[in-house]
Design a binder for this molecule. Structure first.
Ligand code: BGC
Length: 883
């Protein structure tokens, strides 16, 4: 809009008023939370058409975006002509794909957004954001370096290089990766705040590199880069059978620093044969067993300038490893989060010194210590104390989970490990010189950087603790890959566990980047015949693949992510893998029945010890397999519809019909009883719509009756549990669902809570009523799978539901269903459009609900005991109804 200056006083007043209206209207709407490929200002974007998202903040009800403008350029000021300018009508604000001129590699691009709303308001331009493109394989000029000779030591080698900066730096970027794990330092300071770089991927297929803006890290004059390598997943012990060197026996480093000077000239500092290597203080490290650090072997100043290399610094060897497998890091980094003070130091009956941090967490202990040179302090980690109050580690199986620090005797030092993590609530300290004090120890939680997106509270404190436990189960097991457990000699990307928990995970935290990265490995490690391994990255064996409920991760998580975040790109990227999995099942099925091969079944279902009455809830494994065959086909079909693959829609629709028919003739009597009369059997058949419509309600009655027959207890394992309450709610048994949820005796969700759990347990009875433990072979106290009830709690208690036809909570269904003894509940979810809130109270027969819908989204509200639908736009709303 153009204004010319008014010539009269009246004109001036009018003009001022007019400007005021324009200005205030401009402030009524703003844009924030700008991301590229789900990340804020990412530095290693490989995508040729990166996708931009933003959120709109507006005080005005019923606000939606009418149009948006994006500008993208090479400078933050947009002083030069923008490279890409879009001015587009429409309400698209999530994952809008770049479609300007081809992006160059290793280049920084700046961008910003401004939007118009449906009320005629225009926002200011957003703050300028940026992203940087990664290196192409041919951009790498650095060479892979390693120690000379065989890399046979478990110790961590140091690598260093001095170089000179002669001119003033305009910008400098470091690109680093390793075979193994690395920690990089420039002039004595650690680079970045993350751990376990380059992250765990299917290394044979791709290896991530990280990108650092190091413009401010260098001095004019002398500079030093130092890097430590650890064993990690690459070379350290991983998987079963004491397996080392799974991906390779030689750790290696690849580093390239690209410097641009203010005069426009460029220089590159690479790993090459000018680097030197020496042994350092880390004597051994691996993921399961911990780290041993001898401070006496520290080499003071090795990673800084003015260091004189002694004869112990040896030349490196150059490896002919290629760069074709390298990919820019696409998911979140892993870094430190919450810190926990030691709550109590005590002596156990066995006479050991043990410290309690009050929370089962994953990360490590930072220990302050000073003492005579050679003093060895050992920190052992445990999740629980036994019945007698002693430190209990038998459930860790062969994982030592032990960090050892050997003091050098000069001054107080703070020790923490570099290339390992532990799952623990308690630590045992041995060898501490003098009196151990609470302030000598701090536990720090380390996990992938995912923003917390969900909040859930109710009037029931046990339920609130359950929610806390679910969230901590997630934090502890989202350390770069989704793991089954974080403590024993396992810590693997078990696919069944991940598919069970993914939708709950997407309520609690921002996980699209985390799963996008991992799903690439699901595809990468998928076998040529389409079968999906039990664990991803697959470090066990190729034969260990193809179980129903596990392999189905290939179809379930992409769909879950699409629904939660509206990310069609995940479906596009995974479609081939989804299809291969379904086709694999078809290839082993006979007459449309999946009735062969190995299956884990309803893992860890309820089974009493001395089962004379036959109460064990055994569900036929092939019957389960058939339900997942149907479910995966349905997920594939959903994806095919979204992606407009009409031929596949036809093909798999007709397949799905056949699968369902085959299921019914194999597993259901004429009266509607299923071959296995278990909760899981009915739950899966109903959740995945396997039964003819006229047989569904009777099946739900059988399910409800089954729950009642067990005295309102669940009997489900990993596969039935996520859907149990969903099915009960859907078929009118909300009361039964609440009775299960609020059940406090074994087996139930609240039994572990009553037993003092601070995370979700692997088993319903990890600690039995008499205080004894379940079998130590498999008894983790931090396993997220049963935490899958979180999805039901957000959807039914808080009432916050996505709508798959308009994914990413563009349209929301708010439909709280109170029950049990709850008098209030409140849920909050930070969606890709902004914050959704739903909180309710029941008092004196009145149900009151407060709802918040973010701008550019809308909601349908259904109040309990009322089938009337209210359609609302963005803003805050209050509802009341008799209850
Ligand atoms: C893991 C699981 C996994 C299972 C396979 C266990 O050892 O901890 O959670 O899914 O094996 O059945």
């Amino acid at each position: 809009m153009k204004h010319s200056f008014p010539k009269t006083t009246a004109g001036l007043i009018l003009f001022m008023l007019f400007s005021f209206v324009i200005n205030t209207s401009a402030q009524k709407i703003s844009v924030n939370n700008l991301t590229v490929e789900h990340l804020t200002n990412p530095l290693s974007v490989d995508h040729p058409h990166p996708r931009f998202s933003w959120k709109i903040v507006s005080e005005i009800k019923n606000t939606s975006q009418a149009s948006y403008e994006i500008r993208l350029g090479n400078t933050a000021s947009f002083s030069k002509k923008a490279l890409w300018n879009v001015d587009q009508k429409g309400d698209e604000s999530v994952l809008v794909a770049y479609n300007g001129p081809e992006l160059s590699s290793k280049t920084k691009y700046f961008w910003q957004v401004r939007v118009k709303d449906n009320h005629g308001n225009t926002s200011a331009w957003s703050p300028v954001q940026y992203f940087q493109t990664g290196l192409k394989a041919s951009d790498w000029t650095a060479k892979w370096i390693a120690v000379e000779g065989r890399d046979s030591s478990l110790a961590s080698p140091l690598f260093r290089k001095d170089f000179e900066v002669k001119k003033t730096i305009r910008s400098a970027t470091a690109y680093i990766t390793a075979k193994g794990l690395y920690e990089a330092h420039i002039n004595g300071k650690k680079l970045g705040n993350h751990y376990f770089a380059p992250g765990w991927t299917s290394y044979k297929n791709h290896l991530q590199y990280q990108v650092y803006d190091v413009t401010k890290s260098f001095n004019k004059g002398e500079n030093t880069i130092g890097v430590i390598l650890g064993n990690g997943w690459y070379k350290g012990r991983i998987g079963f059978n004491n397996q080392h060197d799974f991906y390779g026996d030689t750790r290696a480093l690849l580093l390239q620093v690209e410097i641009e000077y203010t005069d426009g000239t460029k220089e590159v500092v690479n790993t090459d044969n000018s680097w030197k290597t020496a042994n350092g203080p880390i004597l051994s490290s691996n993921i399961y067993d911990g780290e041993t650090y001898d401070a006496r072997l520290e080499i003071s100043g090795w990673d800084n300038i003015k260091f004189k290399e002694t004869a112990s610094w040896k030349p490196v060897s150059i490896l002919e490893n290629g760069t074709e497998k390298l990919v820019g890091m696409s998911g979140p980094t892993v870094s430190k989060h919450e810190e926990f003070k030691a709550l109590k130091i005590f002596k156990t009956p066995a006479g050991e010194t043990v410290v309690d941090f009050g929370q089962n967490l994953v990360g490590w202990v930072m220990l302050k210590a000073k003492g005579p040179s050679g003093t060895k302090i050992t920190i052992s980690h445990a999740e629980v104390l036994d019945k007698a109050g002693n430190f209990y580690t038998t459930n860790l199986r062969s994982a030592k989970q032990q960090n050892n620090y050997i003091l050098k005797g000069e001054y107080e030092q703070v020790f923490e490990p570099h290339f390992t993590f532990q799952g623990f609530r308690y630590v045992k300290i041995q060898g501490f010189p003098g009196e151990l004090k609470l302030e000598d120890l701090t536990a720090v939680a380390v996990y992938s950087d995912m923003n917390a997106t969900g909040k859930f509270t109710t009037s029931n404190t046990l339920l609130n603790q359950l929610q806390h436990n679910i969230q901590w189960g997630q934090k502890g097991n989202f350390v770069d890959v989704p793991t089954d457990c974080p403590q024993r000699d396992e810590r693997l990307g078990w696919t069944g566990d991940a598919q069970a928990f993914a939708s709950t995970a997407a309520y609690n935290m921002d996980v699209p980047g985390f799963f996008t990265k991992w799903l690439k490995d699901v595809s990468a490690d998928q076998l040529p015949n389409g079968s999906v391994p039990f664990v991803v990255p697959n470090v066990i064996s190729e034969r260990d693949a193809g179980s129903s409920g596990w392999g189905d991760v290939a179809t379930i998580i992409p769909w879950d992510m699409y629904v939660a975040y509206g990310d069609k790109g995940i479906l596009e990227a995974q479609y081939g893998s989804m299809k291969k999995w379904v086709d694999y099942i078809s290839s082993v099925a006979k007459d449309n029945l999946w009735n062969s091969g190995f299956h884990f079944g309803d893992w860890l279902f309820y089974r009493p010890n001395d089962d004379n009455d036959g109460r064990a809830a055994v569900t036929d494994k092939y019957m389960i397999a058939q339900t997942f065959y149907a479910h995966s086909t349905q997920m594939l079909l959903n994806a095919a519809k979204v992606l407009g693959k009409t031929e596949d829609v036809e093909k798999y629709s007709s397949l799905l019909e056949k699968i369902k028919k085959a299921y019914v003739s194999e597993n259901m009597t004429e009266n509607g009883k299923l071959a296995s009369n278990t909760q899981t059997a009915y739950v899966l058949a109903l959740q995945f719509d396997l039964l003819p419509e006229n047989m569904r309600q009777q099946a739900a009655e059988r399910l409800a009756q089954n729950v009642r027959d067990y005295g309102n207890h669940l009997t489900t394992g990993f596969l039935g549990t996520p859907y149990l309450c969903h099915v009960l709610s859907r078929f009118g048994h909300q009361d039964v669902a609440y009775d299960l949820l609020l059940q406090e005796s074994y087996p139930s969700w609240l039994y572990p809570v009553k037993m003092g759990a601070t995370t979700i347990w692997e088993r319903w009875d990890g600690i039995k009523q008499d205080g004894s433990f379940q079998t130590a072979d498999m008894n983790s106290f931090n396993h997220y799978a049963y935490g899958a009830i979180g999805d039901w709690m957000y959807k039914n208690i808080a009432g916050i539901n996505p709508v798959s036809e308009t994914p990413g909570y563009k349209a929301i269904l708010i439909s709280p269903k109170p029950g049990g003894n709850l008098t209030s509940a409140s849920g909050e979810l930070e969606t890709v459009y902004g914050t959704v809130k739903s909180s309710w109270t029941i008092k004196d027969g009145v149900f009151k609900l407060d709802v918040t819908v973010p701008a550019n989204a809308k909601a349908t509200v259904i109040l309990p005991k009322n089938s009337k639908k209210e359609e609302i736009g963005s803003g805050n709303y209050h509802f009341e109804t008799k209850y």
